[in-house]
Design a binder for this molecule. Structure first.
Ligand SMILES: NC(=O)c1ccc[n+]([C@@H]2O[C@H](COP(=O)([O-])OP(=O)(O)OC[C@H]3O[C@@H](n4cnc5c(N)ncnc54)[C@H](O)[C@@H]3O)[C@@H](O)[C@H]2O)c1
Length: 322
């Protein structure tokens, strides 16, 4: 059966690549892209688009009924750095928004819900290297608190109502198609833009701040793989650890320098350093690999090559006004 899908937060960094991937897979009109304040990429308008505030439960319910939705990818959220500036907003959007989506999904008897958690569920007491699936979850950011509570809520709806809710703990995501939306790993996208446009970059994290990262095509692949897995293979309904590569600003800069030897990076850590320091450097995702066959394709060198190959010509033609 071809799913009829609602994607909330479609205008964000993940939606910009997940919506086109879902449309390519299931058909353009099967995917309703919900946006909020930001319009997102023009690509979103190649299929149905709705404006939707996930804090408004009746609006979520209306869109689900109007389009006969049976599956929701609930991406709308306030991310880590923005969440530390506006903790009340982060709680409202991340928690009430998720509860609204889960309640509508329960009432409308939807087939499946996807909700992304994050490596932000871990706090300073988790092992810094290869943080295991069952590491202590004591985050020190409101974003992390909302992700831990969100995971528990998803698992509760599975246990209590038998709902098929599936979650991934994404690492920091790097994408060529959309700028990130206020997270602690945003530097790993900005560095590519700045390398191409200015030949230099001032990084807001320290040079040796290693964090778990992933290239967006791998994140999209993992999402589709988890959502298409046979229910018997999905053994947990809180967040699966998901990993690909771990690197520091210094390491990605060195990789960029292989193609742009004159590229210079300076380091001026800001308040986001504290958030980065509270997260693990790498995580163990062997459960995802075992349960539903997750395998990443992009290492640091392959990702860097692809980012520069995609962004280089695009930014050059934008500069010329083409
Ligand atoms: N990008 C990453 O590196 C990363 C890593 C881990 C987890 N995640 C999770 O993945 C999901 C999507 O992340 P993203 O990077 O695309 O985020 P983003 O910030 O780029 O996009 C989030 C979108 O949510 C929308 N939004 C905010 N408040 C809303 C509201 N009240 N109603 C409806 N929409 C609203 C915003 O307009 C934005 O388009 C989030 O749950 C995030 O926590 C992302």
């Amino acid at each position: 059966m071809t799913p009829k899908i609602l994607v909330t937060g479609s205008a964000g960094q993940i939606g910009a690549e997940l919506v086109p991937a879902l449309r390519a897979r299931y058909g353009r009109d099967q995917i309703v892209a919900a946006i909020h304040k930001a319009a997102g990429s023009p690509l979103l308008r190649e299929g149905p688009v709705e404006t939707l505030n996930v804090s408004d439960s009746s609006a979520v319910s209306r869109v689900v009924r109007q389009y006969g939705i049976d599956t929701v990818y609930h991406l709308a959220a306030v991310l880590s750095a923005t969440g530390e500036k506006s903790p009340d907003l982060a709680w409202e959007v991340n928690m009430q928004g998720l509860k609204n989506v889960l309640d509508v999904a329960r009432q409308a008897k939807l087939r499946r819900v996807f909700w992304p958690s994050s490596i932000a569920v871990f706090g300073p007491d988790a092992p810094r290297k290869n943080a295991p699936q069952n590491a202590p979850l004591n985050p020190t950011t409101m974003y992390g608190v909302s992700k831990v509570a969100g995971e528990l809520l998803c698992n509760y709806y599975f246990l209590k109502y038998g709902m098929d809710v599936r979650c991934i703990r994404y690492p920091g995501l790097i994408s060529s198609e959309a700028l990130p939306g206020g997270g602690t790993t945003d530097y790993a996208v900005e560095i590519f833009y700045s390398a191409i446009q200015k030949g230099s970059y001032s990084c807001f994290l320290e040079k040796n701040s290693t964090l778990p990262m992933m290239y967006m095509p791998d994140a999209v692949e993992a999402t589709l793989k988890l959502m298409e897995a046979e229910p018997s293979k999905v053994k947990r309904h809180s967040g699966y650890n998901l990993a690909a590569i771990s690197f520091s600003p210094e390491e990605v800069a060195a990789e960029i320098r292989k193609q742009m030897p004159a590229f210079k990076v300076t380091y001026s850590p800001d308040q986001r350093q504290k958030i980065a320091d509270s997260w693990p450097m790498s995580i163990d995702d062997s459960e995802a690999r075992r349960d539903w066959g997750w395998a990443h394709r992009f290492d640091l060198s392959k990702m860097t090559g692809d980012m520069l190959a995609r962004l280089g010509p695009r930014l050059a033609s934008a500069q010329k006004g083409v």
